[in-house]
Design a binder for this molecule. Structure first.
Ligand SMILES: Nc1ncnc2c1ncn2[C@@H]1O[C@H](COP(=O)(O)OP(=O)(O)O)[C@@H](O)[C@H]1O
Ligand SMILES: [Mg+2]
Length: 158
């Protein structure tokens, strides 16, 4: 059983890449936010961001019991038990473009750009002491990013 995490600042392409990667591998993709809701792993409410706060510790216990090969996706995926963590990175200017295209609010864009510049996900992932691979998606097509991830995880599959 191999568990691979896709993390990164919102807008870096996690959902897109995780979906493609899971399809390529024939594995199941787990949207951790959905799983948290489904299993009631909610710690509270984030009034500033107007969304539920995931109980990451409780969710990690749930993920630890999941069977089979999995692609886990979320900006906190690096806190889950797993074999490898992929941190998707993107040039902040390109991140801004991607978020604007999706019509995200100015405040959210600013917050995410700041998180990308200060490498929040990457440093959190490194602090966890897991195998961390950073992938710059700025000038790559989603298929090329998946290709790069597959090269890294091939040895894990043997
Ligand atoms: N490698 C890429 N190159 C260009 N655009 C991308 C790439 N990856 C994702 N995108 C686009 O960026 C946006 C954000 O992707 P998404 O997967 O929703 O990010 P996240 O799940 O990290 O918030 C989407 O519109 C997606 O099509
Ligand atoms: Mg997403």
């Amino acid at each position: 059983m191999v568990k691979v995490c896709i993390t990164g600042t919102p807008g870096t392409g996690k959902s897109k890449i995780a979906k493609l990667l899971a399809k390529e591998l024939g594995w199941k993709m787990v949207e951790l936010n959905e799983l948290a809701k489904e299993k009631g792993c909610i710690a509270g409410y984030d009034t500033k961001r107007d969304c539920k706060e995931v109980d990451v510790g409780e969710l990690a216990k749930v993920v630890g019991k999941l069977e089979g090969n999995l692609v886990l996706e979320s900006h906190f995926a690096h806190y889950m038990p797993c074999d490898a963590v992929f941190v998707l990175r993107v040039d902040p200017k390109e991140l801004k473009r991607r978020m604007k295209k999706r019509g995200w609010k100015e405040e959210k864009i600013k917050e995410n750009m700041e998180a990308e510049i200060t490498e929040v996900c990457k440093s959190e992932a490194l602090e966890e002491g897991k195998k961390v691979y950073e992938i710059d998606t700025t000038h790559k097509k989603p298929e090329e990013v998946v290709e790069e991830i597959l090269k890294v995880i091939n040895p894990y599959l043997r």
